[in-house]
Structures are given as C-alpha cells and as structure tokens.
Design a protein around this ligand. Structure first.
Ligand SMILES: [Fe+2]
Length: 369
C-alpha cells in the first residue's frame, strides 16, 4: 500500500483521511493505488428513488445565471459549462443539474477543484452510491471507482485482447435491478496532448431515429441485462467479485422519470437477449439495435478531455464508449461516483424527445404571438 494511504476502520481517522484524499496527487506519487479487497457485500436492496430533477426549475436558471459560459456540443447530446464549481453547488443548482443532465445526456464542467470527499457528498444527493462489483477503489472508499487501465499488466492485456473498439459501448451497470442514474467522472490525469477521449450517445435520439413501426415493436420488448462481463473480469484478473453481478430484465424502451422522454435502453456491454425470443430472433434484433446505436454519429458526442474536467451523464438516457488509443503513451486516471436510480420502466404516456421539444416550441410560439 502506498505510504500516504491509511488503511483504517477508525471513524476519526477515516474522516481526516477523506478530507485529505487527493487522488490526482496520489496517482502521480504512486502510479497505482487502487485496492481490490477480499470483502463481500450482500445483494443490493430495492429502494424508492425520488429524483431531485423533479424539484428543478424548468429554465434551470440557477445554473444558467451562474455560469460564465454554457454551450451545446452537438444538437442532440452534450453541453459544456464554464465558471461553476461542482464542489460548491447550492441545493437548487443540484436539482437543476439533474434536469440539465437528464435533458442533454452529458454535461461537462472544466477546471474542477472537487476532490473525493465532496464528490461523494454530491453523488449521494442523487441516490445511494453504487459500490462496484469488481473494480478497484482507493483504500477505505469503496464508493469511488478508480478508472485507470493498467495496460502493462498481462492479465489486463489478456482481457482487452478479445475486444473490438465498438465493444466498449455500454450504460453503467445496466444489469442491476436499479442501475446507475447520474454518473460523475473526474479525469485528472491524461496521457499526453491527445488520446483517451470518450464518446457518448443519446438514447433519446437513438429511439427517435427508429421508424414508427420499429418504435412500436421495440416498446413491446424486454431484454435480459447480465453481469456476466464483470463475473468474467473477476475471473480473468483474479480480483474478488465483491458482490453478486446479477442478471435482470428491463424494458427495451424506458421512460425517464423527470423528462418523461422515451429512451432506447439496450447496450452491447450488458444486454444479452430479448425475452421470449428464439436465439436467432434475439440476436437479429439486438445486433440491429447495437449497430444503430454504435454507428449513430448523428447523435453522439466525442469529448476531448482536459485535466480536471468532470463529466456528469445520465446512464438512463445515454451510452458511452471509452477510446483506448493511448496505451503506451502515458497514464490516464480518473474516478467515478455512481448514484443509483429507479428500476427502469416503460410508460405508454411517455413522449419521444423530438415530440416533446416540438410541442414546447409550438407552445412558446403561441405565447409570443
Ligand atoms: Fe462506463
């Protein structure tokens, strides 16, 4: 264990440790600090999720008024915010952030001073923090997932050797009964001036780009999402599976509880089959949907990180794909905090995002005239 890391159960020491914890410093000094303890957690218990986005101001004025600059990176997904520190959000800003992210899919905040203690506090505002089933974390802080690929490790190399670039598309831990809602990822160390970008895709627009017949068809389907890949990661790396990585059934089209918009909720990373279909039927449907999502450049954003940027995305309505083009060129490090959200559901009264935005525009035009 690195010399500046405390491994303790003492509450006072832990608080002090968390106050001081600076992962950017730690990774620079020690290169590798993540631990994979042999502890086992019971299965997650269902909980009643109340989304803070429901308390948001529809105009999100607390964010727009406070920001120096806000601009969209593409029409359908991705917004960049300058001049707001996530370490210092007022309650209304937290609620407005939930709505902004629910609408835009992913929102980027440059030059952030936030460190683990405040990241955990912020994350907990949106839901119970998910402890990753197999990923590494800083000592004593299992709610933080360390994101650092040790590509020089032969076991990691073996795991990645079976991978094609498109295989990385996923929504976080979609196999859980109540998968991730918002995710906060701070990248604080980059391998060089280029490399290690991340792509996000809009699940709203993926749904909207289906034909009316396909939309209707997809709305009637359910799919199995599986933790098999994390079970396999544990086997290949020799790290303990600290909690069962289950299989769960979710609707193929889900509705976001705050926006009420429909999103296409399958991903190559974790979705394995369509319920009640034969294997060939299921493969044909899922392969079509995966290709639709992964080749959908019209509704993706590719983000070039700068150090200390935080991305906040909503896993319910987006997919993402890390770009592994930097191996051999240096260290890339970040950490993620992942509040859980509601069990995915379909609501026939949900609307497509395009429909909803068109209605909103028409209503505004009517008010003006
Ligand atoms: Fe992810």
């Amino acid at each position: 264990m690195p010399p500046n890391v405390v491994d303790t159960q003492n509450a006072e020491e832990l608080t002090e440790y968390l106050e001081q914890l600076d992962l950017k410093k730690l990774v620079r000094e020690n290169k590798i600090y993540a631990v994979y303890p042999e502890v086992y957690y019971p299965p997650l218990k269902p909980y009643d999720h109340k989304d803070p986005g429901l308390l948001a101001d529809p105009k999100k004025a607390s964010i727009y008024d406070a920001a120096e600059k806000i601009f969209n990176l593409t029409p359908h997904i991705g917004t960049e915010v300058h001049g707001i520190q996530l370490s210092n959000l007022a309650e209304q800003q937290k609620n407005d952030l939930a709505l902004l992210v629910a609408e835009r899919g992913v929102v980027f905040f440059r030059d952030q001073d936030i460190r683990p203690k405040k990241s955990l506090e912020l994350g907990r505002y949106y839901g119970p923090l998910h402890i990753h089933n197999v990923g590494g974390h800083p000592p004593n802080v299992p709610e933080i997932l360390t994101l650092q690929i040790e590509h020089t490790d032969p076991k990691v190399r073996e795991r990645l050797s079976y991978r094609s670039p498109g295989d990385g598309w996923h929504s976080d831990i979609s196999y859980e009964l109540q998968p991730g809602g918002l995710a906060f990822l701070k990248i604080d160390t980059l391998p060089g001036e280029a490399g290690g970008d991340t792509l996000w895709g809009s699940a709203y627009e993926a749904y909207d780009r289906l034909s009316p017949a396909w939309k209707k068809f997809a709305e009637g389907l359910k799919a199995v999402h599986s933790g098999d890949v994390h079970r396999e990661t544990a086997r290949l790396t020799g790290h303990p599976l600290r909690r069962e990585a289950p299989d769960n059934v979710h609707p193929v089209v889900r509705v976001h509880p705050v926006t009420g918009w429909k999103a296409l909720y399958v991903n190559r990373g974790f979705t394995r089959r369509i319920v009640d279909f034969t294997r060939r039927e299921s493969d044909a449907v899922l392969n079509f949907l995966f290709d639709h999502i992964e080749t959908g450049a019209d509704f993706q954003v590719r983000f070039k990180w700068t150090e200390d940027t935080v991305a906040v995305w909503d896993n319910r309505v987006t997919y993402h794909n890390p770009v592994y083009d930097y191996f051999g060129s240096g260290l890339r490090h970040g950490y993620r905090v992942s509040p859980s959200a509601e069990r995915p559901y379909f609501d026939p009264n949900g609307k497509s995002r395009r429909e909803a935005l068109a209605e909103k525009e028409a209503a505004e035009a009517k008010t003006k005239s």
